[in-house]
Design a protein around this ligand. Structure first.
Ligand code: COA
Length: 186
C-alpha cells in the first residue's frame, strides 16, 4: 500500500519523504526542537541537532525515504510547504528497539511527531499516523506503540482522538516517565 494520500479537509497531502529534501526536513526538525514543548516531546535537544553535519541529515533522510526498517512521512500543504511529520520504526525480532528493549516479536513504534502550529487542530496528525500505519501494516505489523511524556497533554489527547489506547502505568524513556499508547492495525 502506498503512503501517499489524497488532499483531505486539512488541506494537506501526506507522503513518504524523498531523499533530495534532506535540508528542508532538517529545518522542520530544528523548528520542532524549538517548540515550547520540545523538552517534553523529543529526547534530542536543539543544540544537539544544530551540531550535526549535513551528512547526518542526508543519511537520515535517505533511510527514511528508502529503508525497510524506517519510514518518515510528511504532510505537504497547497504551497508545497511541509506542515508536519511522523516517523515509523520497525524492530525485527531479537533486535533492540529505540528504547533498547529486545523482544521475540516484530515491533513497531511511532516517533518524532510534529505538526506545525499553523496546521494544528485540523486532523493533520491523524493523516500522518494513518500513512505510517499503512506502511507498517504492509511490513506485517499488527500493533503500533508510541510513548508520550506524562505532561504532554495535548499530544496525549491527540493520540487518543486518533484511535490510540493508553496502556496502564508509566514507562521510562530517557529516564523520564512516559505513557505508552497502542493501536491495533486491521
Ligand atoms: C502533538 C501534535 C502533533 C498534536 O497535533 P494537533 O493538531 O495539535 O492536535 P489537535 O489540536 O487536533 O488535538 C489536540 C488535543 O489536545 C487538545 N488541546 C489543544 N490545545 C491544548 C493545550 N494547550 N493543552 C492541552 N490540550 C490541548 C485539543 O482540544 C485536542 O483534544 P480533544 O480531541 O480531546 O479535543 C502537535 O500539537 C505538535 O506537534 N506538538 C508539538 C510536538 C509534540 O508534542 N509532539 C508529540 C510528541 S509525543
Amino acid at each position: 500500500m502506498s503512503v501517499d494520500g489524497p488532499v483531505a479537509a486539512s488541506g494537506v497531502t501526506v507522503r513518504r519523504v524523498r531523499e533530495h529534501e534532506w535540508s528542508r526536513l532538517r529545518d522542520l526538525r530544528l523548528e520542532a526542537l524549538g517548540d515550547p514543548v520540545a523538552h517534553l516531546a523529543f529526547v534530542e535537544t536543539l543544540d544537539q541537532a544544530l551540531a550535526r553535519p549535513d551528512d547526518f541529515w542526508r543519511e537520515r533522510t535517505g533511510s527514511a525515504a528508502t529503508s525497510d526498517d524506517v519510514v518518515q512521512v510528511v504532510a505537504v500543504d497547497e504551497h508545497d510547504r511541509l506542515a508536519g511529520t511522523v516517523t515509523g520504526l520497525l524492530t525485527r525480532p531479537g533486535e533492540p528497539d529505540y528504547r533498547g528493549r529486545r523482544t521475540p516479536d516484530l515491533r513497531a513504534a511511532v516517533v518524532a511527531v510534529y505538526v506545525r502550529p499553523s496546521h494544528r487542530g485540523r486532523g493533520v496528525l491523524e493523516q500522518l499516523l494513518r500513512a505510517v500505519e499503512a506502511w507498517l501494516a504492509d511490513q506485517g505489523v499488527r500493533r503500533v506503540h508510541l510513548h508520550v511524556h506524562e505532561q504532554n497533554e495535548r499530544a496525549r489527547r491527540a493520540y487518543l482522538r486518533a484511535g490510540y489506547t493508553a496502556v496502564p502505568g508509566l514507562v521510562e524513556l530517557a529516564g523520564v516517565p512516559h505513557r505508552e499508547l497502542v493501536r491495533e492495525l486491521g
